[in-house]
Ligand binder design. Structure first.
Ligand SMILES: Cc1cc2nc3c(=O)[nH]c(=O)nc-3n(C[C@H](O)[C@H](O)[C@H](O)COP(=O)(O)OP(=O)(O)OC[C@H]3O[C@@H](n4cnc5c(N)ncnc54)[C@H](O)[C@@H]3O)c2cc1C
Length: 478
């Protein structure tokens, strides 16, 4: 099928208004939150599952790739149309279809914004637990595809722990449910396989998600340290004492300064690091656990520990953390967010190695991360306009990931592999492992039509490390 015939067919499915091909219309879909850009050639915005299914059939007939896209906040290039074809935006499938508080579940479309689920049920005393820091913008479909985490992952787990079932459109346009409304269904856990598949197995068009009761008490504390190693040691000691905070986040001096420069929330700019610790539960539990946390902070030399006085104070502390990534833009024109994970006990060591990498590459690295999970986000600050700087940034990023593997960790804590890290996956898995994973993918998508060029390196480059992000040339039709 020619490109023109496909455009004609897609126009018939979604209507003129929701079929985009002009440069000025498609340019906003060329990038996600990563540093990869590829100008799409065709973007469609279907209104319902029937249209999604027809679009998939049409793209299959034309033999072109289909790239699902949620809100485009992904940080690994997952929604970037690296091999051309059709970008399929789920933004218009944005309804909460059912809320069943008796059974603690909701049925939602994939384009629903994460925070909107909690907003819809908070008055009744319920919430949706997965809360990426991008939760005011990212979609539930994108969260499912990336198996996203967030500040509260430590206590509540990642997205897969909160998804009971998904309705998906398969490569031939068929619509099926994997999993359902109950925690377990007989046979293979295909819903579990699908969550985290990064858009390479099909398109999520509905999801059954778990809801939770809002906790009776929430206590939030800011602990202030003059040495980063003391802060990381405190993280290790808190969990070793058997306390599982709802959130245990760390920010270093560079990040604190960026936050205070942008939207100040009272973090001390002369501190080397701060920890944000949140405890939830019944009143008595929260009180006792927080007292223990305070004493562990003090034992580890915290300069000060500040308990949020009230809800407004608590929101202010969180505003700083949730706005930290945006605030980094005040320090440098560009930054490259890395996403690695290490066993919690190795945090002090890995932070020292990151500081050493920053010094050796003469780069500034700001750290803001889910310390309780051992999930690191070193943000390498740079200026893309300076010749050669991006290359150094990429090399430093690769060294950080290798260091994570060396201490027993992995190359993504929550952002996924996408385009960004597919060249590094060979550092973790051998060729046989990758071939086995590819066969799982092929069971869903035999022609590799969904989101090609993501997750897996080409067979010839399993061990390759040198990826080249930045601007990838446009014009990749078929
Ligand atoms: C400031 C900031 C903070 C962030 N904080 C966190 C954090 O704390 N934790 C975290 O995990 N992530 C975080 N992220 C990363 C990002 O928000 C998550 O990865 C999020 O889940 C992406 O959702 P999205 O809707 O934007 O998806 P997109 O970026 O549009 O897509 C992400 C992937 O999902 C696929 N996809 C999207 N929708 C569907 C669908 N319906 N069916 C199948 N595949 C689909 C895409 O093809 C792509 O591979 C952050 C990002 C930013 C910018």
């Amino acid at each position: 099928m020619s490109r023109d015939a496909l455009i004609q067919e897609l126009r018939g499915i979604v209507g003129d208004r929701y079929m985009l091909i002009e440069k000025e219309d498609v340019v906003v879909y060329e990038q996600d939150g990563s540093i990869f850009q590829v100008m799409p050639e065709i973007v469609v915005l279907p209104a319902n599952v029937e249209q999604v299914s027809e679009v998939v059939r049409a793209a299959r007939k034309a033999g072109v790739p289909i790239v699902p896209r949620g809100s485009g906040t992904g940080l690994a290039g997952g929604a970037v149309p690296a091999e051309g074809g059709v970008v399929l935006s789920l933004a218009r499938l944005n309804r909460i279809l059912e809320i069943d508080l008796e059974n603690l579940l909701a049925i939602v479309e994939p384009g629903v914004i994460n925070l909107d689920i909690t907003k819809a049920i908070s008055k009744e005393g319920f919430f949706y637990a997965p809360d990426p820091s991008s939760q005011a913008a990212c979609s539930v479909g994108g969260n499912i595809a990336n198996n996203s985490g967030g500040p509260h992952t430590l206590a509540y787990g990642v997205t897969t722990n909160h998804v009971l079932g998904v309705e998906v459109v398969l490569d031939d346009g068929e619509v099926v449910w994997l999993g359902g409304r109950v925690p377990d269904t007989p046979g293979y856990d295909l819903c579990g396989v699908f969550v985290g598949s990064e858009g390479t197995m099909g398109i999520v068009t509905k999801a059954a998600v778990r809801l939770m009761r809002t906790r009776e008490a929430v206590r939030t504390l800011l602990a202030i340290f003059d040495q980063p190693a003391r802060a990381t040691r405190t993280v290790v000691d808190i969990t070793a004492a058997g306390i599982i905070p709802a959130a245990l986040e760390m920010m270093d001096r560079l990040t604190i300064n960026a936050v205070e420069k942008g939207a100040p929330c009272g973090y001390p700019t002369d501190a080397a690091a701060v920890l944000l610790v949140e405890i939830e539960g019944v009143d008595e539990h929260a009180e006792r656990a927080m007292a223990l946390v305070k004493s562990i902070c003090k034992q580890n030399g915290a300069r000060d520990v500040r308990l949020a006085k009230d809800e407004a104070d608590r929101q202010l502390l969180w505003k700083g953390r949730k706005g930290a990534f945006g605030a980094l833009g005040l320090l440098a024109p560009n930054y490259y967010v890395q996403d690695g994970v290490v066993p919690r006990g190795r945090l002090p060591e890995i932070m020292a190695r990151i500081a050493d990498i920053a010094a050796r590459y003469e780069l500034l690295i700001a750290n803001v991360f889910h310390a309780g999970d051992g999930n690191l986000h070193p943000n390498i600050l740079f200026d893309l306009r300076k010749p050669g700087e991006l290359d150094r940034v990429i090399e430093a990023g690769a060294e950080i990931l290798k260091a994570c593997i060396e201490v027993g960790g992995s190359i993504t804590g929550e952002h996924g592999i996408g385009l960004e890290k597919k060249a590094y996956i060979g550092l973790l898995f051998n060729a046989e492992d990758l071939a086995a994973m590819t066969r799982v993918r092929q069971a869903f998508d035999p022609d590799g039509r969904f989101n090609p060029a993501k997750l897996f390196p080409s067979p010839a480059s399993c061990g390759e490390v040198g990826i080249k992000p930045g601007k990838i040339p446009a014009g990749l039709w078929i």
